[in-house]
Design a binder for this molecule. Structure first.
Ligand SMILES: [Zn+2]
Ligand SMILES: [Zn+2]
Length: 345
């Protein structure tokens, strides 16, 4: 039986295990001592913990902690970090452990801060409230940056040092975006398409909850820089309306199932890709005047010949295959032609 100290009920356990409350409390304390304390990450000078370790100046000194990164909003006892802050050795990243927090935008700053401290022979403690999600994300981002490894491996290394780490779902996703686009992210995060897509989805979701049209900050180009891009062209006037880089796979957006079994499931419930009469897209630059009207839904016209080519609905629409797509920006397959660049023919 595995014990989760967060939900431990001593009385229940006393009955179930026959052990005395005293013995159980002792075990619980030693668990907290071991896992709620400070853990060194592999052979680095990087340490991770919850916030209570800040009181343990003996531990901090023994580990040669010279710099502290606090990853939490509010709740920070300034007197405990004063020593570091006054020497310019404290970095405070104010985020909650929530799905809608953007931690990836701080990676560059935290990585530079940690790296400089370690290069100078110091030791860095990264802490949040519990040392489970936020601090683990910042530490993982540093390992990804420093060792050029996938997020999965970075988290595995962290787990070996601190088994209770568990970044929330959104932070996990952000670590993937970061590690999969590392070179570009280090240069300029805003240039990473996957990051722009993440920001766009977040904005649409928050606006949808407020029953408002989203503010779109990024539009995909409709001109191809890469020769291999598949394109959608207006059937009537041949103007290029979208590149494959802005296609949204509405099958991938449904719950994760192995593709072969997903096809079986989709067929079983009457869903089939060949029934799709729409291409779903991220916002493309020619759609700007329409999408900035602030409407919740509307029609899309070809910018050259003005024929109706599609529609959009921020609250989503059902594709002819049966899948509900949110948000939905769609071009009708009957109004556009798929075209491959001549160089690949
Ligand atoms: Zn479909
Ligand atoms: Zn047209």
């Amino acid at each position: 039986m595995s014990l989760n100290p967060a939900t431990l009920n001593i009385k229940d356990l006393e009955l179930k295990t026959g052990a005395s409350a005293g013995e159980l409390l002792k075990k619980l304390r030693s668990f907290r001592e071991k896992h709620g304390g400070m853990d060194r990450i592999a052979d680095t000078q990087l340490y991770i913990s919850g916030m209570f370790v800040l009181r343990r100046t003996d531990l901090l000194e023994a580990a040669n902690i010279t710099h502290v990164v606090s990853v939490l909003r509010g709740r920070l006892d300034q007197s405990q970090v004063e020593k570091y802050a006054s020497a310019g050795r404290h970095l405070h990243i104010e985020v909650n452990d929530d799905d809608d927090e953007n931690l990836i935008e701080y990676f560059q700053t935290s990585n530079a801060f940690i790296d400089k401290a370690i290069q100078e022979g110091g030791g860095v403690l990264v802490h949040c409230a519990m040392g489970i999600s936020r601090s683990a994300t910042i530490c993982a981002a540093y390992l990804i940056y420093k060792r050029q490894i996938p997020a999965e491996i970075a988290l595995e290394i962290l787990k070996q040092s601190r088994p209770i780490i568990c970044p929330n779902f959104a932070f996990r996703k952000q670590l993937d975006i970061y590690s999969e686009n590392l070179e570009q992210a280090i240069k300029n995060l805003d240039d990473v398409p996957a990051y722009q897509r993440y920001l766009y989805r977040k904005e649409v979701e928050l606006s949808r909850l407020a029953h408002k049209a989203p503010t779109i900050n990024h539009y995909a180009e409709d001109e191809s820089r890469e020769a291999a891009d598949m394109q959608l062209k207006c059937r009537k006037c041949r103007r290029t309306l979208a590149l494959s880089s802005s296609f949204v796979d509405h099958y991938a957006a449904s719950p994760p199932v192995a593709s072969s079994s997903r096809d079986r499931i989709l067929t079983a419930v009457g869903l089939n890709k060949s029934n799709c009469q729409h291409h779903f897209l991220d916002p493309v630059v020619w759609m700007k005047p329409e999408l900035e009207k602030g409407e919740m839904e509307g029609k899309l016209e070809c910018p050259k010949c003005s024929s109706k080519v599609g529609s959009y609905a921020w609250h989503g629409m059902k594709c002819s295959c049966g899948i509900w797509v949110t948000p939905a920006i769609s071009l009708a397959k009957s109004k556009v032609d798929e075209s491959r660049p001549r160089s690949t023919l």
